[in-house]
Design a protein around this ligand. Structure first.
Ligand code: PEP
Ligand code: MG
Length: 594
């Protein structure tokens, strides 16, 4: 949610969606002060032919410009973005856009600009009905194409950044990916826009160009006339217009830290996750969206340890069918190969809801019908997902992970359904990996305590500390009143993890952690001591954790753990580990990681 909070009488603080991290301070350049507007004009019957010609010429010019930008992209080595231009070129050729506009000019005797607007409104309406975030943002692609045609119709060129002095931050109502790349990128240090969302192409492009960007600011263009100083904190999604000298200073310090972290830590991305005494700990990534794959690769993850599939079900009116599941998982599997992808089956309920799946009102949803319990009740929904996963398993290494397993009976029920799904696929002639590994999340205390029983019937464990803490300490993870009790280092949690890893190893299977704890480098040495085989985390966190690993030995971790096991409270452990880490990594733990 956007929030304006004047932290000082002059400066304005705006919040949006930070889509490309980093901090920049610079002068603003508004890209399009006035939006191109659609003027309405009636045309005579004789003018119709020339009006259509004008429309076609504008389309041809737009196509030429896009081809040119595509060429530039290829020359600059951003080949992966050229497909966006292909999408835009396809939209230019879209029959509905073209034919409807021409029909409108002919039948309604209106000018091209107006006919184009009416057609655009019709297409937008069709998109609005879909209600899927990804598709909604594809509507933006059509808007960008129409905007370009319009600019060419009225002969307005995109403002050139080339003749401005110094580094600039582009402020725009919206920015198409083609516009983004067309700008003189040598001079542009940041982007801020009124429109846009997390998965918009502009967001993806700015991320891979590594230019800090914030979208969805709603009305930043209203605050900026051009030439003001602004601070863009793409990591936090905060923009400060006309910052005070103190604020600039504070952000310069932050920027310094950020750059240090980036430079220093990125070096670790390409290195192996190995301790000085040669112990390898697999570091993987947690993702929610397929668009995160480039970051997974960039930050040196050895595969995906947790793909949260809930996002496939959210904000839409229909359920994803087997084919949709299959297509997404196949893409994911192929793009992450040769590394594995761990697909977690639907974990809906609790604090995650889908608009179309009606979960009965529950007094205590976290302990109610959620995750595997819901899937066992709605087996058709579950089977569609399982079949999709199975079919994708021939395209690389795929693992299935079950959320919220409380005991072996639930697991056996799932295994029976999985067998059914395999038989159905065999019957229909679909290929799949018959040995596809099956694992369970250990996030309910009963599962942790019976881990030996579960370990005999699965291929791996993934400890979900977010929920394990919630259920072990009886603290609602989204209730701010009890958040002070949410203690990852509580002796109960340390003992749970220790017990689960030991039982897993006794039965010859691996155990990892995919809860938020895995991403905190403060705990890395403890996990090393506990003997975990895998840690899965947000991709950005991987270099930090790798750094700690590469500068330590497993024996150090084991020795630290011995001391930690003596403590009786989370506070004692926390103070101890903070001091230890600050001593070992003063540059990181004192200044940068707090
Ligand atoms: C967890 O509970 O630790 C976990 C990784 O799952 P989620 O956060 O999706 O519930
Ligand atoms: Mg969980």
């Amino acid at each position: 949610m956007k929030k304006k909070t004047p932290s000082n009488s002059e400066e304005k603080v705006l919040r949006g969606i930070g889509v490309s991290p980093g901090i920049v301070i610079g002068k603003t350049v508004p890209l399009e002060r006035q939006r191109t507007t659609f003027i309405h004009r009636r045309v005579s019957a004789e003018e119709v032919t020339s009006e259509i010609k004008r429309f076609e010429a504008a389309i041809e010019k737009s196509k030429g410009q896009l081809e040119e930008v595509k060429q530039q992209i290829l020359e600059k080595g951003f080949k992966q973005h050229s497909y966006i231009l292909d999408v835009h070129l396809k939209v230019m050729e879209d029959r509905m856009l073209r034919d409807e506009t021409i029909k409108m000019i002919k039948t309604q005797l209106v000018n091209t600009e107006w006919a184009l607007k009416v057609t655009l409104d019709k297409i937008s309406e069709a998109f609005d009905a879909i209600e899927d975030e990804y598709l909604r943002e594809r509507k933006e692609d059509i808007n960008h194409v129409v905007e370009r045609i319009l600019r060419n119709l009225i002969g307005r060129e995109l403002r050139k950044v080339g003749d401005l002095e110094g580094d600039v931050i582009i402020v725009a109502h919206d920015l198409s990916p083609a516009d983004t790349i067309q700008l003189n990128l040598q001079r542009v240090i940041g982007f801020v826009t009124d429109m846009g969302g997390k998965t918009s192409h502009t967001a993806i492009v700015s991320r891979s160009l590594e230019i800090p960007a914030i979208v969805g600011l709603e009305d930043i263009t209203a605050y900026v006339g051009g030439g003001e100083t602004i601070i863009v904190d793409g990591t936090e999604g905060v923009v400060i217009v006309d910052p005070s000298r103190e604020t600039i200073k504070a952000y310069q310090v932050k920027q310094h830290h950020y750059r240090y972290l980036e430079r220093e830590l990125l070096k670790y991305s390409a290195l192996t996750a190995e301790t000085q005494d040669g112990h390898h700990l697999t570091l993987q990534a947690n993702i929610e969206l397929i668009e995160e794959i480039p970051a997974v690769i960039q930050y040196g993850a050895e595969g995906i340890g947790l793909y949260r599939t809930e996002y496939l079900y959210l904000n839409r009116k229909t359920l994803p069918d087997e084919e949709e599941h299959f297509q997404i998982y196949k893409r994911l599997t192929e793009e992450i190969a040769p590394y594995p992808v761990t697909i977690r089956t639907l974990d809906l309920g609790g604090d995650k809801f889908a608009s179309h799946i009606e979960l009965a009102d529950q007094v205590n949803p976290a302990m109610g019908l959620r995750a595997i319990r819901f899937c066992l009740m709605e087996q058709d929904i579950f089977k569609a997902q399982l079949r999709g996963i199975l079919r994708a398993s021939t395209y690389g290494k795929v693992k299935i992970l079950l959320p919220m397993i409380s005991g072996v009976e639930e697991l056996r029920e799932v295994k029976a359904i999985l067998e059914d799904a395999k038989n159905e696929l065999r019957g229909s002639g679909f290929a799949f990996d018959p040995e596809i590994p099956l694992g369970v999340m250990i996030e309910i205390p009963s599962a942790a305590i019976t881990a030996d029983i579960l370990a005999r019937e699965v291929d791996f464990f993934s400890i979900g500390t977010n929920d394990l803490i919630q259920y072990s300490l009886a603290i609602d993870r989204v209730n701010k009143y009890v958040s002070y009790l949410y203690e990852p280092l509580h002796p109960a949690i340390v003992r749970h993890i220790k017990g689960v890893v030991e039982l897993a190893h006794e039965e010859g299977i691996e155990a990892g952690i995919c809860g938020e704890m895995a991403a905190d480098p403060l705990y890395t040495l403890i996990f090393l001591g506990l003997g975990l085989d895998e840690l899965s985390m947000h991709p950005l966190a991987i270099p930090r954790v790798k750094k700690v690993l590469r500068r330590s030995t497993r024996t150090e971790g084991e020795n630290l753990l011995k001391e930690i096991l003596q403590f009786t409270t989370a506070k004692e452990t926390e103070v101890f580990i903070r001091n230890e880490m600050a001593e070992r990594f003063p540059e990181d733990f004192i200044q940068c990681m707090q």
